[in-house]
Design a protein around this ligand. Structure first.
Ligand SMILES: Nc1ncnc2c1ncn2[C@@H]1O[C@H](COP(=O)(O)OP(=O)(O)OP(=O)(O)O)[C@@H](O)[C@H]1O
Ligand SMILES: CC(C)(CO)[C@@H](O)C(=O)[O-]
Ligand code: BAL
Length: 284
């Protein structure tokens, strides 16, 4: 497995593979890899000749400096896992390699409508940072396909829109959320939880499931459902940040025409912000 740190060397390898007519898959990550990431890698492996994983903790998408500093970095272990998984190339650039002129001078990609709502309202500038770095990775790697997790539901929608709007010839593959046995969505930030917090954390998906069950039973008073969920989260030791029930196709409030809903939850457990989501059909 090649480990490459600069765009120049990356381009050289990509050119060679392209000339050989290889189909290339990209899995963008911020590292500290877990089984959720490995599922993305396996899906990429199944669909392409060459699998490239990027590992880059993108400073442009962090709205809080403490979050950026605390973000777990485990490059060596990550590379060992990816070698065992048959990945062809890891692209692990420095911030200087990606933003040579500095963040303030960087050209941005801004996806309208989706960037400033929901998670984007809680984390100002976050989705502009995500769209910019993913666009840059797409231009460097020029993959045929790219894999993203449904755990970051709004991010996946934003990337699909960016690809459509900008005419990228890249097929975006969404992968269902991989969970621990107790239901907690795997996430690099779970590593920041204390033992006690980790024990409490599965209450988040459990409370989300309760909301889903009520929607399934035909309940449509979304404000009431969300108020109940907030109270349950507080009782379980969380500080709710942002809870929504939205149309899964538009991320706008449900209408009588909505056929699928998505429940989106973000809540603090101590100093760690956990997110999760669940989709449900609205047949009832
Ligand atoms: N549990 C999971 N199941 C499926 N995909 C996941 C899961 N966790 C992360 N991913 C996906 O992996 C890709 C890289 O995500 P990232 O490196 O930010 O990991 P993460 O675990 O989501 O970290 P964090 O949530 O702490 O930022 C994204 O497309 C993300 O949606
Ligand atoms: C897509 C991504 C790698 C861009 O930095 C990041 O937002 C993530 O890990 O989900
Ligand atoms: N997993 C999404 C990237 C982030 O939280 O910054």
């Amino acid at each position: 497995m090649l480990i490459i740190e600069t765009p120049l060397l990356l381009r050289r390898e990509i050119r060679r593979w392209r000339q050989e007519g290889k189909r290339i898959a990209l899995v963008p990550t911020m590292g500290n890899l877990h089984d959720g990431h490995m599922t993305l890698v396996d899906e990429a492996r199944a669909r392409a000749d060459i699998v490239i994983v990027s590992i880059f903790v993108n400073p442009l998408q962090f709205d809080r400096q403490d979050d950026l500093v605390r973000y777990p970095r485990t490059l060596q272990e990550d590379c060992e896992k990816l070698t065992r998984r048959g990945v062809d190339l890891v692209f692990a650039p420095s911030a200087q390699a990606i933003y040579p002129a500095g963040l303030a001078q960087q050209t941005f990609v801004e996806v309208p409508q989706l960037s400033d709502i929901l998670e984007g309202a809680s984390r100002p500038g976050h989705f502009r940072g995500v769209a910019t770095v993913v666009s840059k990775l797409f231009n460097l790697v020029q993959p045929d396909i790219a894999c993203f997790g449904e755990k970051d539901y709004q991010q996946l929608m934003l990337i699909r829109k960016m690809v459509d709007d900008m005419g990228y010839d890249i097929s975006i593959v969404g992968i269902p959320t991989v969970r621990a046995g107790d239901g907690l969505a795997l996430s690099s930030r779970n590593g920041n939880l204390s033992e006690e917090e980790r024990r409490l954390a599965p209450q988040l998906p459990k409370i989300m499931n309760d909301v889903a069950a009520k929607l399934n039973q035909g309940e449509r008073q979304t404000d009431t459902l969300l108020e109940q969920a907030q109270a349950s989260l507080r009782a379980a030791g969380f500080e709710p940040d942002a809870l929504f029930i939205r149309d899964a196709a538009t991320l706008q409030p449900l209408t009588t025409d909505s056929t699928r809903a998505v429940i989106l939850m973000a809540a603090w457990l101590g100093k760690t912000r956990l997110i999760d989501n669940q989709q449900i059909g609205l047949t009832a």
